[in-house]
Design a protein around this ligand. Structure first.
Ligand SMILES: [Fe+2]
Length: 365
């Protein structure tokens, strides 16, 4: 079944073009951002200009950190209610937009700390406008929010139809100010979502054209953008791929590929996209026997072999800088096995599969 309730405006000046759709959404917005990217990208200024023209009131909540924690969600929900907001605008990378989704649900359903992930308690939400400033998460078109419990250092997500943004304003210009590392890591996150659209046992033929095109866009534009960060055409291609990746996982969900990276992010601060990247080849080896027809089709579409693809991935030299102890691996295996995404694998991943994936990260060639 296909379902994508988010209205998407893609391209230059997307925020300004949203004029006609913003007015009916609400009269006072909670702007959910982190400390820097909303401002540095120019997105915050664009949003404030449009709000001022439309005479829509707002309150800024700029307390979202990378890998947002549950306390921030509750704080945001409190501010939302105290300042009498009736919709949200999430501006930034995945973190502020995911936080805005959770704040909306926490505020609308009066959720406490224990119930932020309790999708059975989600009865309503406030409308959310998502303005991404990275080309990676695709969260502007998904029903997912990934959060971290600071008490247990557990990173996990929830998914619910009420979490879909009402409006996604996707302007590739906002990504021009991204660093090389962020550009790489976020593009690899998008690539991961696209591949997981093939890996997942919820994969569906109808979205393969988006997936293949998205992977091709990253394959032919990532190096180009890293070499020339102000290449707007290349940036636009990566943003398009990210959007396609979001559409893919909104239908198929993510898989073991994402579950295995979460502990690396919450315990070692490995950026999310990099955590996906350092296991990407091992992961493809694991999935290949189950989806070889689909992956081979994709390689044919790209005009390359699987080996070429691996060499291309190697060229970015993504590495895990630390080293994982046996104790750490044994402690995290149950968490990975219990994660929500595991139901989407076309095979039953074993504790040994996960142990071997983690051990492979300790081998630094
Ligand atoms: Fe991701």
């Amino acid at each position: 079944m296909h379902y994508l309730p988010t209205r998407v405006i893609f391209g230059e000046k997307a925020v300004r073009k949203a004029f006609v759709y913003l007015n009916p959404i609400g009269s006072k917005a909670l702007l959910v951002t982190g400390k820097n990217s909303a401002k540095a990208s120019g997105a915050l200024d664009d949003v404030l200009n449009v709000l001022s023209t439309l005479k829509i009131e707002y309150h800024i909540f700029d307390k979202v950190t990378e890998n947002p924690v549950l306390e921030t969600i509750l704080k945001g929900a409190e501010v939302f209610k105290q300042s009498s907001c009736n919709f949200l605008i999430g501006i930034g990378g995945g973190s502020p937009i995911d936080a805005a989704k959770a704040i909306s649900l926490a505020a609308a359903n009066n959720l406490d700390y224990e119930h932020i992930y309790d999708t059975a308690a989600f009865k309503q939400s406030y409308p959310l406008v998502a303005v991404p400033t990275t080309a990676g998460t695709g969260t502007e078109v998904t029903q997912y929010s990934v959060l971290t419990d600071a008490k247990t250092l557990k990173k996990a997500g929830f998914g619910h139809d009420l979490a879909f943004p009402a409006l996604a304003l996707v302007d590739p210009q906002y990504t021009l100010s991204l660093s090389g590392d962020t550009t790489l890591n976020t593009a690899i996150d998008a690539l991961s979502h696209l591949l997981e659209g093939i890996y997942s046992n919820k994969r569906m033929l109808l979205i393969y054209p988006l997936i293949y095109k998205g992977i091709a866009l990253i394959y032919s534009n990532l190096r180009r953008v890293l070499n020339n960060p102000s290449d707007l055409q290349g940036r636009t291609a990566l943003m398009q791929a990210s959007l396609y990746g979001g559409i893919a996982i909104s239908h198929t969900s993510t898989t073991l590929q994402h579950s295995i990276g979460y502990p690396l992010t919450s315990c070692f601060n490995v950026p999310h996209g990099l955590a996906n990247g350092i296991v990407m080849k091992q992961m493809m080896d694991l999935y290949y026997p189950y989806v070889s027809i689909e992956l081979d089709d994709m390689f044919t579409y790209l005009g390359i072999s699987k080996n070429d693809f691996y060499n291309w991935l190697d060229s970015f030299e993504m590495k895990f800088a630390g080293s994982l102890t046996v104790d750490f691996i044994d402690a995290k295996i149950p968490e990975v096995l219990a994660s929500r995404n595991m139901a989407n694998n076309p095979f039953t991943a074993s504790a040994d599969d996960i142990r071997n994936l983690y051990l492979s990260l300790n081998q630094h060639p």
